[in-house]
Design a protein around this ligand. Structure first.
Ligand code: PRP
Ligand code: URA
Length: 213
């Protein structure tokens, strides 16, 4: 819960904070950056999956029969916002290997900061799935709002948004546009600068994951 809002969780975990400090550093290279982004994604995913439904089945342990909980098996979809969201997919798949993966391509115009969509492919039966939209950076919030608008237009209802770093204005914008979406944030950073970068942030996450620029 954040500022009394049920649907916002700031993970605020020392392991995430430590790993985030490593990826924030300019001296961290592409390989280590990618690995740590995947690890942080798994930790945020662990938090986001706390509400998974369980079903009970009778099993036999070496000692006795017992009625034990198993994941109930609601269909799931992981939807990264390209490109940087791809860096979180493997971490999420480690937690839910049977999930289907969709893709939404959105880039932010460097001058206007407006989001532009260029690709979309969602798994079938999206209306019946728990949908985990992943993008490491929630800056102005424009890309996340646009991606979720699109998913809702295609019937998505049970939607989660997971990011590694958020700026306060992006978080507010996303929650205002989609109050039903359950938002999980690794760390809430201080602000955006005049170029729309999160401060202190970690720079251009897509470029750092893929070694471009
Ligand atoms: C980054 C990031 C988000 C977006 C966040 O993507 O991965 O998608 O910016 O900014 P916003 O909240 O202000 O919309 P970018 O446009 O740099 O594309 P890339 O991942 O392909 O580098
Ligand atoms: N996108 C990024 O990759 N980094 C920021 O700080 C803001 C948007």
């Amino acid at each position: 819960m954040y500022n009394g809002i049920e649907n916002i969780t700031i993970c605020d975990h020392p392991l995430i904070k430590h790993k985030l400090s490593v990826v924030r550093q300019t001296t961290t290279g592409t390989n280590e950056f990618r690995t740590i982004i995947e690890e942080i994604a798994m930790m945020i995913g662990y938090e986001a999956l706390k509400g998974l439904e369980l079903k009970y089945e009778e099993i036999e342990t070496p000692v006795e029969k017992a009625v034990c909980p198993f994941i109930a098996g609601k269909k799931q979809a992981i939807v990264p916002i390209l490109r940087a969201g791809l860096g979180m997919v493997n971490g999420m798949l480690r937690l839910m290997p049977a999930a289907k993966v969709g893709h939404i391509g959105i880039y932010r115009d460097e001058e206007t900061l407006e989001p532009h969509e260029y690709f979309c492919k969602l798994p079938s039966n999206i209306d019946q799935r728990a949908i985990y939209v992943v993008d490491p950076m929630l800056a102005t919030g424009g890309s996340a709002v646009e991606a979720i608008n699109f998913i809702k237009q295609h019937g998505g209802k049970d939607i989660y948004f997971l990011c590694i770093v958020a700026a306060p204005q992006g978080l507010e914008k996303l929650h205002a546009a989609h109050p039903d979406v359950k938002i999980f944030v690794g760390n809430l950073d201080r602000c955006l600068n005049e170029k729309g970068y999160i401060c202190p942030g970690l720079g251009d996450c897509g470029d750092r994951i893929f070694g471009t620029k």
